[in-house]
Design a protein around this ligand. Sequence first.
Ligand SMILES: NCCCC(=O)O
Length: 234
Amino acid sequence: MPRPRILIVGRWSDQIGKDPGEGVYVGRKLIDSVARAGAEPIMVWPETADRATALVGLADAVILPGGGDLDLRPYGVPEVHPLENHQPPEQDAADVTIARAALDAGLPILAICRGMQVLNVIMGGTIFAHVEETTVEHKGVRHPIDIVGGSSLEKILGDTRTVGYSWHHQACRDLAPGLVLNATTPDGTVEGFESTDGRILGVQWHPEVDAAEDPIQARPFGWLTDSALSTQPS
Ligand SMILES: NCCCC(=O)O
């Protein structure tokens, strides 16, 4: 069976390239995590919904990676929080068009941090524009989580109750229809969700950061590869 093809939406940066100084990239740890799980990582940067649909048609699964903040104004949040760090509209369009196309195609999706928040709002959920620091530090730490018993996440992570590297100032508030909570931090922050049909896994932390050294953090990529293989024609 061929290695499944996993699309990863690129991240915009003004630190890449010489002229005009903008580029699109995927972090090395994310690429390595996918390859190590037995799949082929393919970076994509769609600029229209039609291109996103065409790209998704070539793939077996999708990763919506982490990154800066989504502009929430198109999703019913009129005020921009002063600490929001919006990405260029092209970044939001790339993530949203691929996410919508993957949902339409029924492809497995691993949504990480920003990707999880993007998926939640486009499916009809809501986001906290800024989460004040509580008893749980959310910036650059590995913190404890409570995992919902019987969830897919529990099957994936087993007995571990500490997430990998986590850095965020926003968080999912109300989950969209079709998504169910699978993990929270002790302060109640949403740390993960999954779809009722088993095709979507969202994690607020970044499993790719520790996946090379920590086999548990590699498991979400194994889950995505297995899910992608199960959708390939036999
Ligand atoms: N909002 C983008 C994901 C990272 C963060 O919440 O800071």
